[in-house]
Design a protein around this ligand. Sequence first.
Ligand code: ADP
Ligand code: GLC
Length: 515
Amino acid sequence: MDRWAVPHSLNDSRPRKTLAGRTPRLGVLHVASEVAPWSKTGGLADVASALPSALESLGHRVTTVLPLHRGSDFPEGERRPLTLTFGSRTWHGALQIVSLSPSRRVVGVDMPEWFDRDGLYAIGGTDYADNAERFAGLAHAALDFAQQDLDGGRIDIVHAHDWQAGLVPSLIRQQPARWTRVARAGLVLTIHNLAFQGLFPKEVIDRLGLSWDLFTMDVGEFWGHLSYLKCGVASADVVTTVSPSYAIETTQAELGFGFDGVLRGLSDRYVGILNGIDTSVWDPASDPQLPAHYSSEDLAGKRVTKRVLLETFGLPVGDDAIDRPVIGIVSRLVEQKGFDVVLAAADTLMELDATWVVVGSGDAEYERGFQALARRFPSRMAVRIGFDEGLAHLVEGGADLFLMPSRFEPCGLNQMYSLRYGTVPVVRAVGGLDDTVRQYGPRAKRANGFKFKDATPEALVGTLRQALRVYRRADRWADLVRAGMKADHSWAPSAREYVKVYRRARHEAAQRWAE
Ligand code: ADP
Ligand code: GLC
């Protein structure tokens, strides 16, 4: 059996009828540190917003607990006072409980001392010194809410995302008598990016009133530090990650970030499920951020969008420029994303017959590198440093190609947004990029883009040259564009996979209690 596959006996997500003839609904509590549209630094926010919504569509009850970061613009809701005591301190704040529908709620943790800050996790590239406390706080707030929330119905599943929520399953496992309402729930942890492990000096254990039982090799100890992610991995009934390929890659040394052994040890309790995209937010036929709308049947609006994109970036907009392919990049500018290879190949790339638009922020070396390139080739490349949701949509809509040369990529959402927007992805064949992009070939029937294996300037340039040659073959290009636009990248199939995982997690939890 494939490592990431759900065992056959549990591989049945057909709704099970109760005696009354109704499908049993699961009560799911998600805990995530960022949720779109209220806070976002990357794809986690999109997933933590869209997955609950897709689960709701399948008939389940879903509540998502998130921090109210500065500028969240969170809806009004019922406010409940929140008092948390752990370690030697007590904090006072509030919970803001909002019903988005009868089966879907979001709960904001309003604790300004932790979350009313300029950055979510760091400022100026340096992590906040009290991150261990802030995200122990998020875990405590979520559990406190679950314990008090008597009108929300049964909680069958607690689903924690990334290291920021990693303590949630651990605290439940350690103090079942305290968290009675979730003690028997199935515990699921999703790894969105193994590069972020929530590593803290062991001194935080006493300071935050955590148990030293966490500080063992089998639980949260990681090379002398406490890892919140490892706490979560060790305590969850099922661990998931965000693509089948990344599930395999992370069990190997090269991309395992030291966790490969632990993840291998989980065997079939470690599952890769490809992310979907929120097709109500990312839809070229209705996207309010685009100057014109289009679909696979009528692409005229894409050309209008391309012109506006070039204008917005201060690039030439003559007929030549409109015919020339535009290569888009929207990304965190960090090592993971492989832009060192792009900058190393810069001189050759600027000789290609293409125009470049880049939106991103991150490490100074990449920001400066792209800015310097734009200064040298002002009619070929334009760069906006910053995080700008509107520009992200405009680039997806107006560009012809979208480049993601990632060194590793757990899933990646932009290549799927690109496919839906008729913007052909050029990616490195790794993780979720490899799972979603199918290489062009004259006879490749289901091709939707281009990909290369080696993280080298030669491989990158070679593949871009090939893509630009195909761009000049209008009929072939149109087939590629349409293939991408027509494919279904919605959340529904993946949400069904999560439901299988939830059933498996409940089974595992029941076994734990039976022992
Ligand atoms: P990651 O989570 O590793 O950054 P993903 O591809 O999963 O990668 O998700 C990135 C998300 O963040 C996408 O929705 C993308 O559009 C968005 N994004 C990244 N950088 C920017 C930016 N500078 N401005 C606006 N949106 C951005
Ligand atoms: C992480 C990964 C990205 C993934 C996203 C959502 O940020 O880097 O590949 O798409 O999480 O799961």
